[in-house]
Design a protein around this ligand. Structure first.
Ligand code: MRU
Length: 464
């Protein structure tokens, strides 16, 4: 698909194609084998592409292995085994997978609109195409859209490596803006775009040195993906340690929307904690809110948990209160699109009522959010822009109309949970308890300091 920013003539329809030959969308054995073959190839590509891109496969593997190793006692071996198996060419154990991979100058996204029925990739070659994919929720989830936005901008910078400075500037500013406005609530999007544009501006927006600009923006994009891997792994460790103590029953975790690898990259946030508990062989059972109207819970979370073999049960969102009233929920873990300075948190619509119910029934309610999802510039929840999406998402599902035509619809995609209803905010710097102001400011500061101190294989690349 031509990039509407780089070529304003084309508003054309997107194209998607089946990722690997032999993959049919109509189910049956072939799909499973094809799917396994695809995922093994896919996971291998992720690691291999990272290696060739920055020549730092070991660094990425080390970072992921460290994160995985920190999550697991040596006896269990789960996620680390998966990574080692990938490198050893053995069939990978079943498990969670990442939502995107790069191959040459193409970014491949799992088309999450088509899950769980079809596993197809959507390919992007520029920031404009990535902005479209974000707006149409081909890729979704705050951390994931931040990472692909960064990669998209780096790709556009590479495409304009030989352009005149004015043309490059106009394109990059246009691309950055298209990404920023593609979805307003997830702060990761603007955070990632700001980081890449800062690298560009540091070199001079009218600099003639296209190669230096492209290299710097690529390095920043790779650093953002690299950090997400380690940060989410750390976050999941802290979250695991904060879970209620074991009893003779499986721990009953309720989650809303999808905050797994499909939404985050290598590791999930709320589902990252589940990944750790599962790999530590702690008995757990996950209540999965279907998450109307877009059904991220029913379509994506249930699919990820099934892939990983984690016991789970799908529930209508409106059943959560009933289960809590019967004492069948031990803890609630949700992700976040934006945590503001006082701790008020925006997440998928339906999260706020869950927090109210949890307070009523004394169920611990944890927000799992990396500091890349923290917005210290916004003092409280009233300042969070809430995306309102198209009525069609409510009026019909997969083309089947479920309400009379012309029915009036409000479709806020997110809501805000007040800080006072949140038991703790799980970050990669530890678990914060209310009041959150100081804890959030400290967590952001220590995360930035840790990143600055860490010798990222990507930023050193530029220095040479
Ligand atoms: O509309 P979506 O699917 O992008 O909404 C996603 C969520 O609300 C997630 O819970 C949030 O982005 C956190 S993902 C770690």
């Amino acid at each position: 698909m031509a990039d509407p920013i780089e070529d304003s003539t084309d508003q054309g329809a997107p194209s998607a194609r089946a990722a690997t030959a032999g993959l049919t969308e109509s189910g049956g054995q072939e799909v499973d084998l094809g799917r396994r073959r695809f995922f093994r190839q896919f996971a291998g590509d992720i690691i291999q592409t990272a290696a060739t891109m920055a020549g730092a496969a070991q660094a990425l593997q080390r970072a992921s292995a460290e994160a995985a190793g920190a999550l697991l006692d040596p006896d269990t071996g789960g996620a680390l085994a998966g990574l080692q198996a990938e490198f050893a060419g053995e069939p990978a154990p079943r498990g969670f997978r990442t939502p995107f991979r790069e191959d040459g100058d193409v970014l491949y996204l799992i088309d999450q609109r088509r899950l769980p029925d079809a596993l197809v990739e959507y390919d992007c070659r520029s920031a404009g195409e990535v902005a479209y994919a974000i707006r149409e929720m081909i890729v979704r989830g705050a951390p994931a859209i931040g990472q692909v936005a960064a990669i998209g901008l780096a790709m556009t910078a590479a495409k304009f490596i030989d352009s005149r400075p004015y043309a490059r500037r106009a394109t990059l500013l246009g691309a950055a803006n298209a990404l920023r406005v593609s979805r307003p609530t997830a702060v990761n999007l603007g955070w990632a775009v700001d980081r890449l544009m800062a690298r560009y501006m540091a070199l001079g927006d009218l600099s003639e040195d296209g190669p230096a600009i492209a290299t710097a923006m690529r390095a920043e994009a790779d650093a953002i993906v690299f950090e997400a891997t380690t940060d989410h792994g750390r976050l999941a460790t802290f979250g695991y340690e904060a879970l209620p103590p074991p009893t003779d029953m499986p721990l009953r975790i309720l989650t809303h929307c999808n905050a797994g690898p499909l939404a985050c990259g290598q590791f999930g946030t709320a589902l990252g904690v589940v990944q750790v508990a599962h790999n530590a062989q702690r008995p757990i059972h996950v209540w999965v809110d279907e998450t109307r109207p877009y059904l991220q819970g029913a379509r994506l979370t249930a699919w990820e948990l099934a892939q990983a073999g984690v016991p789970h049960t799908l529930i209508p969102d409106v059943a959560a209160g009933y289960l809590m009233s019967r004492g069948e929920v031990d803890v609630i873990l949700v992700g976040a699109d934006r945590v503001v300075a006082n701790g008020d948190t925006a997440n998928k619509v339906g999260t706020y009522p869950l927090a109210v119910l949890a307070a009523r029934h004394g169920v611990p309610f944890y927000v799992c959010a990396p500091t890349s999802s923290v917005d210290l510039a916004t003092p409280d929840g009233a300042g969070i822009p809430i995306e309102e999406r198209k009525a069609e998402e409510v009026l019909s599902f997969r083309g089947v109309r479920i309400a009379p035509p012309d029915t009036q619809v409000r479709n806020p995609s997110f809501d805000v949970t007040p800080a006072e209803l949140i038991t703790g905010i799980v970050t990669e710097e530890g678990v914060l308890c209310g009041p959150f102001e100081q804890g959030l400011a400290d967590a952001v500061a220590s995360a930035n300091a840790r990143r600055a101190a860490a010798i990222s294989p990507f930023t050193t690349q530029v220095a040479d």
